[in-house]
Structure formats: C-alpha cells, structure tokens
Write a protein that binds this ligand. Structure first.
Ligand SMILES: C[S@@+](CC[C@H](N)C(=O)[O-])C[C@H]1O[C@@H](n2cnc3c(N)ncnc32)[C@H](O)[C@@H]1O
Length: 226
C-alpha cells in the first residue's frame, strides 16, 4: 500500500474501538499511564493552545483538558458517555468549568468559525471518515485558528527506527493516515513537531489561513466556500 493512501480498514477500526472501550472500563489504569507517561507528551500541546474559545474533540479521560481548561472558555466533545462522566468528575474535583458534550467528530454541533483552538490527541486514526472529520475541524475553527493534533505517522526525517515503529503499528493493523496529505488537502498550513518514538509520534500545529472564507461569508457573497 502506498504511503499517501488513507488506509481505512473496517476491521482495524473495529479493533481500535474495542480497545478504546476496554480502556474506558479500566480508566484507573488508563489514567495512570496518562499521568506517568503519555501525559508528558500531551503537555507539549499546552503552549500552542490559544483562546478565548477552545474545543477538545475526543478528550477521553480529560487529562490534557484538566491542564488548561481553567484558562479558557473550554468545550469538549466525545462519543463515549463513560468518558464524559469520568472527565466531568475530574474537572469538578479541580473546580474547573468546561462544557462536556456527547457527540461525533464527523458532525460537530457548532456553527462555522466557533473556536480559536481545536485540540485532538491520539484519537484521529479511530475515525471512520478522516476527510470528513478533518473538514469539520477546519470548519469550526476561526480563520487564523489552530488545530493542535497528536497522532502517529512516518517520521519527518525518514529515520529507520521511526519508520520501523510505524510499520510495526501498521502490522498490528492500527489504522493509518497520511497526515501531510490530509492536512494540506483540507487547506491547513502546518508545523510538524516530533514528540516521541523516534519521530513516529507527531504534534501537528495546523493553522486555518486568515484568508479562509467561512460558509456563512460565502453564502453572503453568493460563492461556495472551499
Ligand atoms: C485513545 S482515546 C484518546 C483520548 C484522549 N484524547 C487522550 O489522548 O488520552 C480515543 C478517544 O476518541 C474517542 N472517539 C473515537 N471515535 C470518536 C468519534 N467518532 N467522535 C468523537 N470521539 C470519538 C473515544 O471515545 C476516546 O475518548
């Protein structure tokens, strides 16, 4: 399979979702992993989060959200009700206010240009339709707004160990997405920061161009938004 393809393997997605379900049931273990290990990587997103309005899609246990939500007008959306409950408790314990909603990354229930930053970590490869989800991310950001996305892909510098990590993930049938192609074709410009596993783990800081036209603007002008 070519590197540029978006590899959507139904069986792989079903397996990833089942894995996610088990994680949500054993959230104490998941939380320990986040706090001890993945959390350090996730916190690298913090300097890139700008307000006032921040949306986190697929927040899971809300570890990252609990690190920034007190400083912004924060909304979270996840399709697993168990995570909404657990994250709600976690934020309440820290006296942090955030709107947590049940919903789907493919159909975000917000008007165009609603957020300055959209955060998404370790979830995107689970989505059935990456093009649709990415175009939703783009739509709800204001022009000049930023997507901060953490996922896996081939290392930018092509180093062997990073490539082997990716091949290993693909061998295990973790769904694969070519993020360079997907972000560019959606209309984002982006920086790509390596954040782990020899450059296999990326933090994409992607900007919606200031010149981007929202659907509302396009309707007002009688043209179709790209
Ligand atoms: C592996 S967890 C990652 C959670 C969190 N972002 C983190 O990094 O710890 C994947 C998350 O994606 C969510 N998810 C999967 N498919 C989704 C969809 N279509 N819409 C919204 N959330 C989804 C799951 O409920 C889960 O919270």
């Amino acid at each position: 399979m070519s590197r540029t393809q978006v590899d959507r393997n139904e069986e792989a997605i079903a397996r990833a979702k089942a894995f996610d379900w088990w994680f949500s049931q054993f959230n104490g273990l998941y939380n320990t992993m986040l706090t001890l290990s993945w959390g350090r990587r996730h916190r690298r997103a913090l300097p890139y989060i700008r307000g006032p309005r921040v949306l986190e899609v697929s927040f899971g246990m809300g570890y990252l959200m609990s690190q920034y939500a007190d400083r912004f007008d924060t909304t979270g959306i996840d399709y697993n009700p168990r995570y909404i409950e657990v994250t709600g408790r976690r934020l309440k314990a820290k006296k942090i206010d955030a709107k947590l909603l049940h919903g789907d990354a493919h159909a975000l229930p917000f008007p165009d240009a609603s957020f300055e930053t959209l955060v998404n970590t370790d979830a995107f490869t689970l989505y059935e339709n990456p093009k649709k989800a990415m175009s939703e991310f783009y739509r709800v950001l204001v022009p000049g707004g930023q997507l901060v996305l953490m996922e896996y892909d081939y290392p930018r510098d092509g180093n062997l160990l990073g490539r082997l990590w990716v091949e290993w993930a693909r061998l295990l049938k973790v769904p694969y997405i070519d993020f360079n192609t997907l972000l560019t074709s959606t209309g984002f410009t982006f920086e790509d920061h390596p954040v782990g596993n020899f450059g296999m783990l990326h933090m994409y800081v992607a900007t919606k161009p200031l010149s981007a036209t929202t659907a509302a603007d396009a309707n007002a002008q009688g043209v179709s938004a790209g």
